[in-house]
Design a protein around this ligand. Structure first.
Ligand code: DHB
Length: 485
């Protein structure tokens, strides 16, 4: 299949959406292929939504048809294939970011992308890394290629995503125009143009995957009980033994039933946990991170040190903001308050409060059950691969190692400050202080690395929030308005 990459401004419909008493009329250019040679056309297309008022010569505040910023949310979750989302509601039934953006006069670009689990007719995997980020970059290239024809200002593209989608947003922001992605972009026939973006918003990014296991143990090592929800078919396989096609996404009749599982790690897992934590210290120290005052952020052998203090500083701010908003923190005896402010807290008690969700290794499993990440690092033929040397060496499942170049291009940390790369000027990173899916160190390292290389980062760990995103759309768009000047 070959697709024309010229945008057709005449192919549209006029649509309406209503939320919370606000009715929007918008022009919808839908399901446009953004790759010249798509591998999976349904998952390599985008829709553009623009306020209809722009086509009647009106402005929306300071924005008009060709000066409006472009808001580009992705719906990637769990590193799976993602779908286009129309302005309206998200998968939770809440007003989505696309609606909130359109309401403020932004042009919205919503792409679909390939992801793990996607197979072609020959049964080969066609959504494994780096497919998702390559698709998003191809979408940006398409917009730039058509900059004169599409609504919106392609010099002001702002990306947004949550979790794996937050990781995608971080990659878009961090890796602009890197030549490492070129062969992949060429393969799908992407338009030849720049793929850098103006700003990136990332909620709880599941990123830096090749160091996420060790970061997790930096926080949770020594906590050997875990508490999580799992699909029933994994916990009681005998109930499902006659069923085919069981996956984390679907059993035969829909999404799997999830049940609460509390358990204790095995001695083997506990041993790995200690080793992973020990590996994190030299990794963190090798990054040569500095705070805003130029002080080194480092860790001691026991995991304490100025980097932990840095994370602690943001946690304290989080508690303080919660108090300001009227949240009752009195049940947390380990938070010290004075005159209505949070002034200190005990880090270990905070980790106990958060509690371990994932067994060791959290992302690159060494036992039989693959994680989302093992699947996204698969190859055409291999459904699951390792992506850390440590898990490969300790493997009890026989998976091979993913291609080191693919592991490299999936990590935004490798690109920030690199010579041939245009990293976004602005980032907004939110990581709920009750998130247990990945370590707070992951978002903290990303923040500091970006700041150290000249990107302005608005970083906050909102109190009490678990792994989630788009929960503060008013604040998100207050930030976009601020950076747009
Ligand atoms: C997501 C959550 C995870 O815990 C993970 O390992 C990967 C992705 C997600 O929600 O996208």
């Amino acid at each position: 299949m070959k697709c024309d990459l010229r945008f057709d401004p005449e192919r549209y419909s006029v649509e309406q959406a209503e939320r919370d008493g606000t009715k929007l009329t918008y022009r919808a250019f839908e399901n446009i292929p953004y790759a010249g040679r798509p591998v999976s056309p349904a998952f390599q297309s985008l829709s553009i939504y623009a306020p209809e008022e722009y086509y009647t010569g009106k402005n929306h505040g300071r924005y008009s048809l060709h000066t409006a910023p472009i808001f580009m949310p992705n719906t990637v979750g769990g590193y799976m294939p993602s779908n286009i989302e129309r302005p309206g509601v998200n998968f939770k039934g809440e007003t989505n970011a696309a609606f909130a953006a359109l309401k403020r006069g932004y042009v919205v670009v919503s792409p679909s992308t390939r992801g793990r689990g996607l197979k072609n007719d020959d049964g080969l995997n066609i959504g494994v890394a780096p497919a998702g980020i390559v698709d998003l970059k191809a979408a940006v290239c398409y917009l730039r290629h058509n900059r004169e024809l599409i609504p919106g200002d392609t010099e002001h593209i702002i990306t947004n995503g949550t979790s794996a989608g937050g990781a995608m947003s971080a990659l878009l922001g961090a890796t602009g125009n890197s030549s490492d992605y070129e062969p992949y972009l060429r393969e799908i026939g992407a338009a030849c143009d720049r793929d850098d973006v103006f700003a990136s918003s990332c909620y709880c990014p599941i990123t830096n995957l090749d160091h996420a296991d060790m970061a997790y143990e930096w926080e949770f090592s020594g906590r050997n009980e875990y508490h999580c929800v799992k699909p029933e078919f994994e916990v009681y396989p005998e109930k499902y033994k006659n069923r085919k096609d069981l996956s984390l996404d679907f059993v035969e009749d829909g999404p799997p039933k999830l049940i609460q599982v509390d358990g204790r790690m095995s001695d083997f897992q506990i041993e790995l946990s200690g080793k992973e934590k020990a590996l994190f210290i030299p990794y963190l120290n090798s990054l040569d991170l500095e705070d805003r005052a130029g002080r080194a952020l480092k860790l001691n052998a026991d995991g304490t040190g100025s980097f932990r203090d840095f994370v602690g500083h943001y946690l304290l701010k989080s508690m303080d903001r919660a108090l300001e908003d009227g949240t009752d923190l009195s049940k947390y005896s380990w938070i010290r308050r004075k005159d209505g402010r949070a002034v200190d807290f005990d880090f270990d008690s905070y980790i106990d409060y958060r509690s371990r969700m994932k067994i060791t290794p959290a992302f690159d499993n060494v036992l039989e059950s693959p994680t989302a990440e093992n699947e996204v690092f698969g190859t055409g033929k291999d459904n699951f691969c390792h992506f850390t040397q440590f898990s490969y060496e300790n493997s009890r499942n026989g998976w091979t190692m993913a291609d080191p170049d693919v592991i490299h291009i999936m990590n935004p940390m490798n690109y920030i400050g690199a010579a041939d790369v245009n990293t976004a000027k602005y980032f907004r990173i939110r990581h709920g202080a009750a998130d247990r899916d990945t370590s707070l160190a992951v978002s903290a390292m990303l923040t500091v690395r970006l700041r150290n290389c000249g990107t302005e980062v608005d970083y906050h760990l909102p109190w009490g929030l678990p792994h989630s995103g788009d929960y503060d759309l008013d604040e998100l768009f207050a930030w976009t308005e601020r950076i747009l000047g």
